[in-house]
Ligand binder design. Structure first.
Ligand code: FAD
Length: 305
């Protein structure tokens, strides 16, 4: 409320007027993959206490539902199969992503316990994750982890050198020997090396082996090793928006003055997001939200009373 003095007819008289400001507000507060005991546990209890590649911060959809926003697809959550487990602090919820290229350049996944291989590493995130979580869950400091070794030979290391050197600098990978891995590692890696050299078919159907060059695997063979585990990576669900990035209420009508863009929104990716589309959606819908909000701002401000 504010008080203004009239001029012209009734000059000098003071009246009270009520100003309601309808935004413009743009919400771009990200997803809730890192909110493992909050929104993630609420919408996907089966994923509670998972580590995440995202900050452990509260999701913001409650703020939005409080002003009438509708939510969509909240139960669709993408897991990434390979997030590094830092040996110095395995209980840390925030994990550093072990990029897909490590597997693409030839990296192999072995079970930590026995050194067996268990999946075609080139499969989708969903398939590789499922193969991992079907075995041997552990709890470390209240966090759910799986014991998997990501292993690269000299050939794959050389192609991904700048990445692996960075991970080694961070203490997430190290240069070691096959003997450090589980007891079945020599046999598992030899079968993989045979398939990579076209001496046999890969038992898991992998057909591309990146730059793997190790042909004869011994316990002393040099390899690059990092511990990895699945982690909550991206939330497909969030606040409902229309094609202009306006936030929608339960009747699918725009809420005046409210826009949203990026991972806080839902419904764009369906059940699972394709790689690269998160940044794309942020650019497209962020721009639309900005344009819409700017138009309202121009019309509304400055107040001319
Ligand atoms: C390791 C990693 C690699 C990725 N790689 C790719 C890739 O290669 N390609 C791709 O397309 N996508 C990728 N993604 C996904 C993509 O990066 C994210 O979906 C995208 O960055 C989300 O952007 P955003 O602006 O919506 O949210 P964010 O980048 O999460 O930013 C949200 C911001 O809002 C702030 N915030 C949250 N809540 C509040 C609050 N209540 N009040 C004030 N501020 C708040 C946060 O602190 C944060 O700064 C990756 C994600 C990760 C984690």
């Amino acid at each position: 409320m504010s008080t203004v003095k009239l001029d012209g007819e009734g000059a000098g008289e003071e009246i009270e007027i009520e100003k309601k400001v309808f935004g413009p507000v743009i919400v771009a507060s990200g997803g809730f993959a890192g909110d493992s005991h909050g929104l993630l546990a609420r919408y996907r209890p089966d994923l509670a206490a998972l580590p995440s590649t995202n900050d452990a911060r509260p999701g913001s959809s409650d703020l939005l539902t409080a002003v009438g926003s509708a939510l969509v697809d909240m139960h669709f959550v993408q897991l990434h199969p390979t997030a590094f487990v830092d040996p110095k602090e395995p209980e840390m919820a925030l994990k550093f992503l072990a990029a897909e290229m490590l597997r693409g350049e030839g990296g192999v996944l072995l079970r930590g316990r026995d050194g067996t291989r268990f999946v075609n590493e080139m499969q989708t995130r969903k398939t590789v994750t499922k193969a991992i979580v079907d075995y041997d869950e552990q709890t470390v400091g209240g966090l759910r982890l799986w014991d998997v070794d990501l292993v690269m030979d000299e050939g794959s290391y050389k192609t991904a050198k700048s990445h692996v050197d960075f991970y080694m600098w961070k203490g997430l990978m190290h240069r070691g020997e096959v003997s450090e891995l589980g007891p079945g590692a020599v046999a598992s890696l030899q079968a993989y090396a045979d398939a990579a050299a076209s001496r046999s078919r890969d038992p898991f159907g992998r057909t591309s082996f990146g730059h793997w060059k190790l042909l004869h695997v011994t316990p002393e063979s040099v390899v690059y090793i990092g511990k990895v585990t699945p982690a909550a990576h991206f939330t497909m669900g969030g606040v409902a928006i229309n094609s202009n990035s306006e936030v929608l209420n339960g009747n699918r009508e725009p809420i005046k003055g409210l826009w949203a863009a990026g991972e806080v929104t839902g419904g764009l990716h369906g059940e699972n997001r394709l790689g690269g589309n998160a940044l794309l959606e942020s650019v497209v819908f962020g721009r639309r939200a900005g344009e819409g909000a700017a138009k309202v701002w121009e019309k509304t401000f400055p107040f001319n009373i």
